[in-house]
Unconditional design. Structure first.
Length: 650
């Protein structure tokens, strides 16, 4: 098992530069800055949540370290502190502690112009939910009644501490259970009766569901203007109505409205979408709900230009990024995109070998994608993704000067379908991959042949995160299954499940975990990696060895790099050994140099033996504390662990 810990800290140069550019704040004359706010006496109430409700707050720190830099000081105000005591009591009562009393607000001077504030609270005993009554559900279908009861009981649990937020959530969930099932005009009247003496709360919900409603005509507005005056509509209505998938006479449903909203966003042609059902009071006798869909179009065509530098333990490269995307290609809201990344590798310059390059290795990546929305049914998309690449196969951290540099012309293609359904995203595709070797430097090994890999792939993702970009709580589940052998020369099965969890520790702190497994079951290759990796390279076994290792380099499992085990370079966690077509001189001297790895794939300490080959069983585990500091700044402390075995799982 390979384990490495690493933490991230802001560099002092960055801190000093920001301080220099922005200057320092000052404390007004006659006032004191608040250095710290402490809430004492609470054990069952989250003091960090309580602190967010108060006007009295500690002065913010730049990057969690420096007060008065970039941000102004928080100034102590006696009147604000007095009002905060009342706010604190109100917050505690909303959490079920009706006897809570904020009995003191202490101000402790820590300097001439600095104070520390303490608020002392007596929580008292909480009140708990004793009874939950539901009235007005008589005469509704059994499935509707059951859904409403489950919605309430899921938010308001008997015997639990009464919480106003949960009480409000139960009201919303109960009404949602009705509006999801056609009762567009349903109302809910909640009541809570608090018995402070006995520390219980009796709640009731009175429902007026009304009659079931149906959708009326669907009207889309906003297509004929871009915010700068009228223009000719460029976005056609037909594919939009197909994506909305709501028709006149369909049962009313808020779930259908949400699904339609997401379907329109998935077309990537709108910056805003609003579903506006017409729900007058009193309801019309027909109980027909016309629907207006208000949209704000975004730019249909985009040109992207950029560039970058990559410097790591494997290589140094300079590259450009050029992209173009059309969201209405040939009409029908087809999406067509082109991404081109030309670059050059400065060989052998690396972060651990900062020397002037003696060879320039050109590389390029060209990716195209065509998406046809509404294929077969309203919310299923057809995609075609051809790709043409040229790259050097650089996997060594310490290559020898005489080693050749092998490159590949790569042709990839995928055609498939994808669809989102609630929190589930699924994709099924057929993929073809052609790897044609050539040489940048040295001579190409005669045993290297063109490799053709073809496989269907199933991708499933279940996403319960509160935010896809910066998640603070929730869980993400994913799995990828590939079955190679339906075409091509490679036969195997690859399964890669993963799970990510996010637990809020505080308002700005998240504990995130990621666990991943990988299982590769090779049929047409793998014998060399599993049983003969330690054998010397001979003319008799060279061709089989090269074919086996080349296939594993493209199909095998690896760990390491910025998206997995961050303590190691890309592909750094893997069975290692001698690769005849990458270090032929070492292959000849393999026994003499003791390059033969152990049966477990342990890494040799000799740098000439450090070529990752790939394995057949993988596990990864990452634990990370994420800290939101201020603005775009954040930090993390993490522990990453992983292991890759040269043997398939039994």
């Amino acid at each position: 098992m390979l384990v490495r810990w690493r933490s991230l800290r802001p560099g002092p140069c960055l801190v000093l530069a920001l301080a220099f550019l922005s200057g320092c704040a000052s404390i007004p004359d006659g006032h004191s800055a608040i250095d710290d706010l402490t809430i004492r006496g609470v054990s069952k109430i989250d003091d960090s949540d309580l602190a967010q409700k108060l006007a009295t707050a500690p002065s913010p720190k730049l990057l969690g370290l420096f007060r008065g830099v970039v941000y102004d000081y928080e100034v102590y105000n006696r009147s604000a502190l007095q009002r905060d005591l009342a706010r604190a009591e109100r917050f505690c009562r909303a959490r079920g502690f009706f006897e809570a009393h904020a009995r003191a607000g202490r101000v402790i001077r820590t300097g001439t112009k600095h104070v520390r504030v303490e608020i002392v609270i007596d929580e008292g005993l909480p009140v708990v939910v004793d009874d939950v009554k539901l009235e007005g559900l008589e005469g509704l279908p059994a499935d509707v009644t059951t859904a409403v009861r489950k919605a309430v009981s899921g938010k308001l649990v008997k015997g639990a501490v009464f919480d106003e937020d949960n009480f409000k959530a139960a009201e919303i969930a109960a009404r949602r259970a009705l509006t999801d099932r056609g009762y567009a005009y349903a109302t809910v009247k909640p009541d809570a009766f608090v018995d402070v003496v006995n520390h219980v709360v009796n709640t009731s919900f009175v429902f007026r569901p009304g009659e079931p409603a149906v959708f009326g005509k669907v009207t889309i507005v906003g297509l004929d203007s871009d915010g700068e005056g009228p223009r000719k509509p460029e976005i056609p209505e037909e594919p939009l109505l197909r994506a909305i998938a709501i028709h006149e006479g369909d049962p009313y449903s808020t779930a259908a409205l949400e699904a339609s909203t997401q379907a329109l966003f998935d077309l990537e042609v709108f910056s805003a979408v609003e579903m506006l059902p017409e729900l007058p009071d009193p309801p019309p006798a027909s109980h027909i709900v016309p629907l207006t869909v208000k949209v704000t179009p975004t730019a249909l065509r985009q040109l992207r230009l950029g560039g970058g530098v990559e410097l790591d333990q494997i290589k140094t490269d300079l590259h450009l990024l050029i992209g173009w995307e059309d969201h209405n290609f040939l009409g029908g809201l087809r999406n067509f995109s082109v991404d081109f990344k030309p670059g050059v590798v400065l060989y052998p310059t690396r972060i651990n070998n900062l020397v002037a390059p003696d060879t320039l290795l050109p590389e390029a990546r060209l990716r195209l994608q065509l998406r046809q929305p509404g294929f077969l049914e309203s919310r299923t998309s057809l995609f075609v993704r051809p790709e043409l690449n040229m790259f050097p196969l650089l996997v060594q951290t310490k290559p020898l000067p005489e080693d050749p540099v092998v490159g590949y012309h790569e042709l990839r293609g995928a055609i498939g379908l994808d669809r989102a359904l609630w929190k589930l995203f699924g994709s099924i595709s057929y993929n073809v991959q052609v790897e044609n070797p050539f040489v940048y430097k040295g001579e190409l090994d005669s045993a290297l042949k063109t490799l053709i890999i073809a496989y269907p792939e199933l991708l499933l993702q279940l996403d319960f995160r509160d935010n896809r970009i910066h998640p603070h709580k929730g869980i993400f589940l994913g799995n990828t299954i590939q079955v190679a052998g339906l075409g091509g020369s490679v036969v195997d099965v690859k399964v890669q499940p993963e799970v990510r969890t996010y637990v809020p520790i505080g308002r700005k702190v998240t504990f995130a975990t990621r666990g991943a497994l990988g299982f590769l079951f090779p049929s047409s290759y793998g014998d060399v990696i599993q049983n003969h990796l330690s054998d010397p390279v001979t003319p008799a076994n060279r061709e089989d060895r090269v074919r086996d290792i080349q296939t594993t380099l493209f199909r095998g499992l690896f760990s390491g790099g910025p998206s997995s085990n961050r303590g190691f370079p890309i592909r750094g966690v893997s069975p290692h050994g001698v690769v005849p077509f990458l270090n032929p001189s070492t292959a000849v001297q393999q026994v003499a140099l003791s390059c033969a790895p152990s049966s477990t794939g342990a890494v040799s300490t000799d740098p000439v033996c450090s070529i990752p080959i790939g394995g057949f069983t993988l596990w990864e585990l990452s634990n990370e504390f994420r800290f939101r500091i201020a603005g775009p700044f954040s930090a993390a402390a993490f522990c990453d662990m992983s292991d890759v075995s040269p043997r398939p799982a039994n």
